[in-house]
Ligand binder design. Structure first.
Ligand code: IVH
Length: 696
């Protein structure tokens, strides 16, 4: 890979195009297929390269640049559902004074002087939905979308147990119930824990997790996630049989919809103030996230008189909770060590209540961040908590700096194992050089070794790895394959040994384990004694070598022996010829094989497992890899079958008809309707020669 500083403008443009496409693909894999195609590191390195190129060539920034994208990718696979009644949003206010103004405005508009009843409801931090019932049956579900048109999530909503599929007799023939889908804090934490163990990207907060779970093209994925909901308003209704928001909640309960137990009528500003403060107090203890309180005029007759502004009702407002920040003191700065030995500084804080959650530590990211913000032990700092992400230090209160504040000296040795910790040029992180002799790294590497894209050994979760490591049962990946032998439970001979051999592990005697679970574990392990080459390379945990890179290497070398021989000879010629592998990565790979302990581990592993040679000849680096192509008309230089085989071997998908998903149409002589459609859809059309040039 060419370094950014050496790129010509033309190469830069091509690179930006490639990165945009790759990241878009990864986003789709992550957000829509629930199957991240790149590791976080690979994704981040693409993002970094994109940013560096854009900094050098700002004039080449693309409209679809990944740097411009925020949040989840836009889904295209869902059907569209126009809302008969728009799904509106709410105006925000941030203080009691502003609530007062809102209430006065309502009274002025209605020209009344007496108090008006308001329904106060927790504002659930989730995703709004609309569920349509016809003759008491659930027929259609939609997201809010842009408020006018939503996405069809009927199949997804059906998987949420709390949503009634059938309503009791007597409900209006047409009834659209609206509310919020959310993920409870507990379900969110469990999902993230699972993802972490599987080395998948975790969700930043319950809201994102709920959105990612609900907007799944494959509803069976939604079904696996625990989603919950509260109903709070309505859309189209053939006959409204309630006169107030309070009565509506009674109907909802009768019909079997979950409603929030904290919804309350408030008759005065004092009551509103009391309610708001009480909810702020209990906010942290609620099993779901809320980000404010919604006040709605209770009477529907008054609501109708008040009507709507452009996008918000005049009869309701959202009173947002203040941002979750707090001031506290840094008591100490500590270093955590990750799988690749990265040293991450963490601040131990004087425990402080941040928006209802007691925070006692915050990440400081890296050495430079500490310098940049001039963060010192004993400093007073502003900390911030956003959802369930690790709290962060926003700024140092320099005016409160004490004479005892001490500058933090970033260690040059690993706090876990004492090995040198070095920082490469151009790198933000300092790393421990202890490799597998460092316990922190060893545990993280074991977790990586058994993770989904590596050996994928079921039954060896993070907790068990930690326990087994700390008890000396597993220290290196090879130990996994000698577990059964060491367990002392195999056959009559081993049983006999077990009596006299007090070193036998007898996992089946552990708390929470039994004969069956131990057998299952051994089966899962033995199943992996034959392992595909890409998995094996990825499992080694070489820095920068994610699953996609491991696959590139596997594909290019074909066998582990060939790869290892080159690496041991420090011969990187072939490695560097692979599109997608650059100097820095090659250096890391060679470094890995320079370490005596790594070679020992690999050799011992090879005694236990058989690494299969790579059989796939597909060129996943070709310009049409991952693209969908359609051939039309008569090709002259090759037959249709040949063209198709060629495209497939270059990693493309070949489709029979043109759709919005088509990337290229290759047009031979006498092309007909397909080419016409491609033109209408603005899809790139190539002549046979242009296609040959493209894939040359
Ligand atoms: S009522 C016309 N009630 O907040 C009024 N919205 O900022 C429609 N929300 O899009 C909304 N809890 O997603 C209402 N109890 C509640 C709510 C609530 C959460 C969300 C909803 C809406 C957004 C408006």
């Amino acid at each position: 890979m060419i370094e950014v500083k050496d790129l010509t403008a033309e190469q830069a443009a091509a690179e930006l195009e490639r990165i945009a496409a790759e990241m878009a693909k990864a986003d789709i894999a992550y957000y829509q297929d629930d199957n991240p195609g790149l590791t976080d590191a690979e994704y981040d390195s693409l993002k970094r390269r994109n940013q560096q190129i854009e900094e050098r060539f700002p004039e080449l920034i693309r409209a679809d640049s990944p740097s411009k994208r925020v949040g989840a990718a836009v889904k295209s696979g869902f059907g569209k559902i126009p809302h008969r009644f728009p799904m509106l949003s709410l105006g925000d206010v941030f203080s009691l004074e502003e609530v007062d103004e809102f209430v006065m405005g309502v009274k002025r508009f209605l020209n009344v002087s007496e108090n008006i009843e308001f329904m106060a409801e927790p504002k659930i931090d989730g995703l709004s939905f609309s569920a349509r019932y016809e003759h008491g049956r659930f027929v259609q579900g939609a997201t809010r979308g842009d408020g006018t048109t939503g996405e069809d999530i009927t199949a997804n909503l059906k998987t949420i147990r709390q949503l009634p599929q059938k309503l009791p007799d007597g409900v209006p023939d047409i009834l659209e119930i609206r509310g919020e889908v959310y993920m409870s804090k507990a379900d969110f934490l469990a999902l993230n824990q699972k993802y972490e163990a599987e080395h998948k990207k975790t969700f930043a907060n319950p809201r994102n997790a709920a959105a990612g779970s609900l907007r799944q093209l494959d509803a069976s994925i939604t079904a696996e996630r625990n989603l919950s909901l509260f109903a709070y308003t309505w859309g189209e209704v053939s006959k409204r049989c309630w006169d107030s928001q309070a009565e509506f909640f009674e109907c909802l309960k009768k019909w079997g919809f979950p409603t929030n137990p904290h919804n309350r009528l408030c008759l005065s500003l004092q009551e509103i103030d009391g309610y708001f403060n009480r909810l702020m107090e209990i906010r942290a203890d609620l099993p779901y996230d809320i980000d404010g309180i919604v006040y709605k005029v209770n009477s529907i007759a008054l609501q109708e008189r008040l009507g709507f502004l452009t996008r918000t009702p005049r009869w309701a407002v959202a009173h947002k909770f203040p941002a979750e920040k707090a001031i506290t003191k840094i008591n100490a700065i500590r270093i955590q060590v990750g799988r690749t030995g990265a040293l991450t500084p963490v601040a131990d804080l004087e425990p402080v209540n941040v928006g209802g959650v007691i925070v006692s530590h915050a990440t400081l990211h890296n050495e430079d961040e500490i310098k940049r913000k001039d963060i010192r032990v004993n400093d007073y700092v502003v900390v911030q908590r956003a959802g369930d992400v690790i709290p962060q230090v926003v700024e140092v209160l320099k005016e409160k700096r004490q004479p005892d504040s001490t500058e933090f000296r970033f260690p040059t040795t690993c706090p876990e194992c004492g090995a040198h910790a070095v920082r490469e040029e151009d790198e933000a992180v300092r790393r421990c050089t202890g490799g597998l002799t460092c316990p922190a790294q060893a545990i993280e590497r074991l977790k990586h070794f058994v993770s989904r894209e590596a050996f994928d050994i079921e039954g060896l979760g993070s907790k068990i790895i930690e326990q087994f490591y700390n008890e000396g049962i597993l220290h290196s990946p090879t130990d996994i394959f000698t577990l059964e032998e060491r367990n002392g439970s195999r056959g009559p001979v081993d049983d006999l040994f077990a009596v006299i051999d007090d070193k036998a592990l007898h996992l089946e005697r552990r708390d929470g384990w039994g004969k069956k679970s131990v057998e299952n574990l051994f089966r899962a392990i033995n199943d992996k004694r034959h392992i595909e080459l890409p998995r094996f390379i990825y499992a080694l945990g070489i820095r920068q070598v994610g699953a996609a890179t491991a696959r590139l290497i596997a594909k290019n070398y074909g066998s582990f022996a060939r790869f290892m021989t080159d690496m041991l000879n420090q011969d990187t010629e072939r490695l560097l010829s692979i599109d997608g592998i650059g100097e820095a990565m090659a250096k890391d790979i060679v470094e890995f094989f320079k370490e005596e302990h790594n070679i020992r581990t690999v050799n011992r592993l090879l005694e236990e497992v058989k690494v299969e040679d790579f059989a796939d000849n597909t060129d996943y680096n070709s310009p049409i890899a991952g693209k969908t192509v359609v051939f039309t008309g008569t090709l002259e230089k090759m037959t249709r079958a040949e063209a198709k085989a060629k495209a497939l071997s270059l990693g493309a998908k070949v489709a029979g008809s043109v759709s919005a998903h088509t990337d290229y149409v290759i047009e031979g002589a006498d092309a007909g309707s397909k080419a016409k459609k491609a033109r209408e859809l603005g899809i790139r059309i190539l002549s046979e020669d242009e296609f040959s040039d493209l894939i040359k």
